[in-house]
Design a protein. Sequence first.
Length: 182
Amino acid sequence: MSKDREAVAKRYAAALFDVVKEKHSLDQVEKELRGVQAVFEENEKLLTIMNHPKISADDKKSLLSKILGSQLSEPVHNTILLMVDRKREAMIPSMVDQYILLANEERGVADATIYSVRLLTEEEKQSISKTFSERINVNELRVENVIDQDLIGGIKVKIGNRIFDGSVNGKLNRIQRQLVSE
C-alpha cells in the first residue's frame, strides 16, 4: 500500500480510536473490527463490489449494513459508512490494521507470530512471550504459532515488521555471510 493510502487509513483509525477510547470500549471495537476484516478477507467479491465505480455509495452502504449491520457498534458502523461515502472503502481492511496497532500500543500489547517446525506447547509459547515482551518493552505479547515446513529447526518470531530469526536456516545464512565477508 502506498504511504498516502496508509496515512489515510491511519487517520480513520485514529478518529475511531479517539471516539471509543473515551467510552472505554477498545477491546470490544477491536473484536468487531477483526470480524469486519475477516468478512473482507473471506469474500474477495465483496472488495470487488466495494471498489466498483458504477455501484452507488448507497448500494454499497446497504450491502455492508446487511452483511455487518447488527454485529457492529455505532462508532464502527458509522466509520465504515463514512469511508464508503468518501470513496475509501478499499482502505477498510487497512484501517482495521491501523486501529489494532493503536489499541495494542495503548494497552502495551503486541501481536507476534512464531514460526516453528512443530506446534509449540503452551509453556513454550508463554516462555517466548515473556522473553520477547521484555525485549520489545511491552506488557504482553499475544502469540500465534504457525508451522513452517521450510524450517530445519529453531524458531522465527515476527512482531510487527520485525523478524527475530533463531532458526537453523537463519544461523547458517549468518555464518555464510560472515565467511564471505572475511
